[in-house]
Design a protein around this ligand. Structure first.
Ligand SMILES: [Mg+2]
Ligand SMILES: [Zn+2]
Length: 243
């Protein structure tokens, strides 16, 4: 049975389109948030992570507990993120395709701002707006995490992706969601079209949420070009400009 609201909506020509893209393991090749925790949180984080994965606690509680376990400076953590964080090599061509077709791209992450910011800068992508949880490094060495995107009716997510998606309903005709993990399951059910891999793909299948499986951003770009002939393939435009 197909449940109402779970079916992929067709995109029409001249629709104002927003792509909401997850960061860790989607835009970035690895889960930088997880790697940062493994690297810099003292003992005790494994139980917190297990509770989160089992759904016993939300990410907001998990992060609040983990923040007190961090024992490194901002500089150490930022340096680590710059060295270990990589944007998926297929993203650049995909992003150009979006720019050429007036498709807006925003990153919505339940990860942490400091590493998202420096990784985007490293790849000249800092113009892309992102929403995430915010880490504060205090003078006394303490680390705390703030949740500007949390939502009173949910209160489980640090950064409530569904809430952000709903807010953009007012300004966009179509919202495409791209993700891979637990925090993408809820917003994926509210999007018009979903590209999913890993855990998100499994959960979509289980929930009866129509989705398109992808491995990288070439798959997504090719799917959109093939399905909607009104999109201009960005690569031709680039050849034309530089000829
Ligand atoms: Mg992810
Ligand atoms: Zn939420």
């Amino acid at each position: 049975m197909i449940k109402a609201g779970y079916v992929t909506k067709t995109i029409k020509q001249n629709d104002k389109i927003l792509i909401i893209c997850d960061f860790d393991g989607t835009l970035s090749t690895s889960d930088v948030g997880y790697d940062v925790i493994v690297q810099f949180a003292g003992s005790g984080w494994e139980e917190i992570d297990r509770d989160y994965c089992e759904g016993t606690i939300g990410s907001k509680d998990a992060y609040t507990k983990i923040a007190s376990l961090f024992n490194a400076s901002r500089e150490e953590m930022v340096t680590y993120a710059i060295e270990h964080g990589h944007v998926d090599p297929t993203f650049q061509a995909f992003y150009r395709f979006c720019l050429h077709n007036n498709i807006d791209v925003k990153i919505v992450s339940d990860g942490l701002d400091f590493y998202i910011r420096v990784i985007l800068e490293k790849y000249n992508l800092k113009e892309i707006q992102f929403f995430s949880n915010v880490v504060r490094f205090h003078k006394n060495g303490n680390v705390t995490i703030e949740f500007p995107g949390s939502n009173d009716t949910c209160n489980e997510c640090g950064n409530c992706k569904s809430n952000i998606l709903e807010q953009y309903r007012l300004t966009y005709d179509s919202i495409i969601y791209i993700g891979n993990g637990y925090s993408d399951v809820c917003p994926a059910q509210k999007a018009d079209m979903v590209f999913a891999k890993d855990i998100l793909y499994e959960k979509c299948l289980k929930n009866g949420r129509d989705c398109i499986h992808y491995e990288n951003f070439d798959d997504i770009r090719e799917y959109l070009e093939r399905s909607f002939p009104f999109f201009c393939p960005g690569r031709f435009l680039i050849n034309f400009i530089y000829r």
